[in-house]
Design a protein around this ligand. Structure first.
Ligand code: SAH
Length: 456
């Protein structure tokens, strides 16, 4: 029998929104068939028009609200939802925090871990203007070099100057750089023909240091008039300490290429986290929300329960921010990270802060853990802060075989967190209550949290 969806494209339906997805879309159901509707919130009664029907779900658009959620706040700008920069902007901030707490809680319930408690989300006093890094595509719009952001699920550039969740000084810098590129007739990248010079402007700004790095990511090896462009950037943006060209001639979604030239100044900028100084290079990972990162690290340190005698492993250590923060409270810290440039930064950062009880290694965390285990390393605490895909099974096998007293799991993806926690539980660990969400990405549905696993 052929399956027939209970809804048809372009038809309208009266529905009540039941749920909110991880992407921040409202969910309505007709005969158990889910329809995802942007800009709608749980409890809202709406008239919805179906815009697309797939096999197991459909998309719809709000035509009219019959009732609105008490948690709804006015949009700052429809473009922030269109582009996906701030897909939760219509949800009041306290409700965003609850949404994130419930997301994690629900995922634990789903696998019948009903005893795992998730505490309220630690939020921000000022939940906007927080990002210390921007990656802004450059394209031609109406024949003019333009900066902005892509419309969701497309590569159409929506011109934009105020990005709402970014440090406003970064927003200003992007406009300045854009105008300089316009002045020198730099050709914006054309994705269809794979022509043009400049693809992306990346800006990083130290929250405390106010040091700024500008990275011009280009298709072409040469930027015509690059000397004049660099001079003007320096003159107009006195905070700039580093101007870098990164060449990425490939036609991929990967942002940065391998070839990097310093056009002016230093290869790194510096910033401070919990009073320690960090050198950050263009392609190293550095947490984007400095205010919340300090709360996150403080919590991770407290939960690790360090007394000064412990051996600690910081897996996925980036430029060594967690390692160095923990080193002050531990005997020895071992860090491992896959990006060699980040490890080089980490070593410089240890020197910069006069910390001698850390050792950094470049490599895959899962392989290094295996090596350490075979070498007989006996960590008391393992800290992990993996990317969205979470931990490899081999990682968990090696980690639990080393029988640390505690594993502090910093997660940016609750689905893989819950999957991995189950594996730890099968290997003799239990969750030290509660799991604590920390809002690193206000106005977006991203959920960060700290979970502590303790040896049974
Ligand atoms: N703890 C750091 C970085 C966390 S982000 C901080 O708070 O700043 C995750 C890091 O894991 C990134 O630096 C990324 O380069 C690294 N990474 C990704 N896959 C990895 C793997 N298989 N092994 C080791 N590191 C990896």
């Amino acid at each position: 029998m052929k399956f027939r969806a209970p809804v048809s494209k372009n038809e309208t339906y009266d529905v009540t929104i039941m749920d909110l997805t991880y992407q921040g879309m409202g969910v309505a159901k007709i005969d158990s068939f889910p329809i995802f509707v942007a800009n709608s919130l749980p409890g809202e009664e709406i008239v919805m028009k179906v815009t697309k029907v797939a096999k197991t779900y459909a998309f719809g658009r709000v035509m009219e609200w019959k009732s609105k959620s008490p948690d709804r706040v006015e949009d700052k700008d429809a473009q922030y939802t269109q582009t996906g920069i701030a897909p939760l902007q219509h949800l009041a901030y306290p409700a965003q925090l609850e949404f994130k707490q419930h997301q994690i809680q629900e995922l634990f319930y789903k696998v019948h871990l009903n005893s795992v408690e998730v505490s309220p989300t630690i939020g921000m006093d000022k939940p906007y203007g927080y990002r210390n890094k921007a990656q802004i595509p450059v394209r031609s719009v109406n024949g003019q070099l333009t900066t902005g952001f892509y419309r969701r699920n497309s590569h159409d550039l929506v011109p934009m100057e105020d990005f709402y969740i970014q440090d406003p000084e970064i927003d200003k810098a992007i406009v300045v750089v854009r105008d300089i590129l316009r002045k020198y007739h730099t050709a914006p990248y054309n994705e269809e023909n794979h022509t043009g010079v400049i693809k992306t402007i990346m800006v990083r700004r130290g929250h405390y240091s106010h040091e700024m790095m500008i990275v011009l990511i280009t298709r072409a090896k040469k930027i015509p008039m690059n000397f004049e462009i660099t001079e003007e950037i320096r003159k107009q943006l006195p905070e700039v300490k580093s101007i870098i060209q990164n060449v990425n001639a490939a036609q991929t979604n990967v942002l940065m290429g391998k070839e990097e030239k310093i056009l002016w100044g230093s290869a790194v900028i510096h910033d401070t986290l919990l009073g320690q100084n960090f050198a950050i290079s263009a392609d190293s990972f550095y947490q984007v929300n400095p205010v919340q990162t300090e709360k996150l690290y403080e919590l991770a340190i407290k939960k690790a329960g360090l007394t000064g005698n412990e051996t600690v492993i910081d897996a996925y250590c980036g430029i060594g921010t967690i390692s160095l923060a923990m080193a002050q409270h531990a005997k020895t810290v071992y860090g491992v990270e896959i990006v060699d440039k980040a490890i080089q930064d980490a070593k410089i950062n240890a020197k910069l802060n006069k910390i001698h009880n850390v050792k950094f290694f470049t490599g895959k965390a899962e392989e290094q853990m295996d090596k350490w285990q075979h070498d007989g390393l006996e960590p008391d605490v393992i800290v992990v802060d993996p990317p969205r895909k979470g931990l490899a099974t081999e990682f968990i096998t090696a980690a639990t075989a080393m029988t640390p007293k505690k594993v502090v799991y910093v997660s940016c993806n609750p689905s893989t967190l819950v999957r991995d926690v189950q594996l730890f539980m099968e290997n003799g660990y239990h969750v030290d209550q509660p799991v604590v969400p920390i809002d690193q990405f206000p106005q977006t549905p991203h959920v960060e949290s700290v979970t502590v696993l303790v040896k049974d």
